[in-house]
Design a protein around this ligand. Structure first.
Ligand SMILES: [Zn+2]
Length: 187
């Protein structure tokens, strides 16, 4: 499946988080024996659960990584890709490096906390012993609209509930691309 198709799955997870009143971020991990080849297979899906669990570390990526390590019974996720709807923070970027994920695909940049190209780029620092191939901007408009919608609701003090119309409010016209200067550090 294409990056767009997988990102749609991650967005479904972000929508689940939205309905729980969580900041809408979703992540999935796919596995392929040859990570350069499509399609791969879905290993896990997860969404942000910070409020639900009362755990500030319960970001979608961390939950997905823990589940994948458990399911695949392996310490390393070197044959795997992670798709996230928001640029990973420093904690999640650290975890992505720690388990040696092969590829990171994220949707929208995070100007306040993004550690994969925005505030810094932890996953492609050539001084480290592992770098991660990276693509960003996949379905970015849709992810951005979901986040905006969430924060609009929150500012109004409204309870975010499932009204079944979420997808209709999301523009499906993401700008897709990768930054060659950022992905060129893979050895
Ligand atoms: Zn994070």
């Amino acid at each position: 499946m294409s990056d767009k198709r997988w990102m749609q799955e991650a967005l479904k997870e972000a929508e689940k988080a939205f309905r729980l009143g969580e900041v809408p971020v979703g992540a999935i991990i796919t596995h392929s024996d040859d990570p350069d080849k499509l399609p791969g297979e879905l290993v896990v899906r997860a969404h942000n659960l910070v409020e639900t669990l009362g755990d500030p570390t319960a970001h979608a990526e961390i939950i997905a990584i823990r589940l994948a390590v458990d399911i695949l019974q392996t310490k390393w996720l070197s044959g795997c890709r992670i798709y996230v709807t928001l640029e990973p923070c420093a904690m999640c970027a650290g975890a992505i490096l720690q388990v040696r994920l092969s590829r990171l695909i994220y949707s929208v940049s995070d100007p306040k906390a993004g550690a994969c190209g925005t505030l810094e780029n932890l996953v492609q620092d050539a001084r480290r012993n592992h770098q991660v191939d990276m693509t960003f901007g996949v379905l970015a408009d849709r992810s951005r609209e979901l986040l905006r919608s969430f924060f609009r609701h929150r500012r109004r003090g409204a309870r975010v509930v499932d009204r079944g119309g979420l997808e209709n409010r999301c523009a499906f016209a993401g700008t897709e691309g990768s930054n060659p200067s950022l992905s060129a550090t893979k050895q």
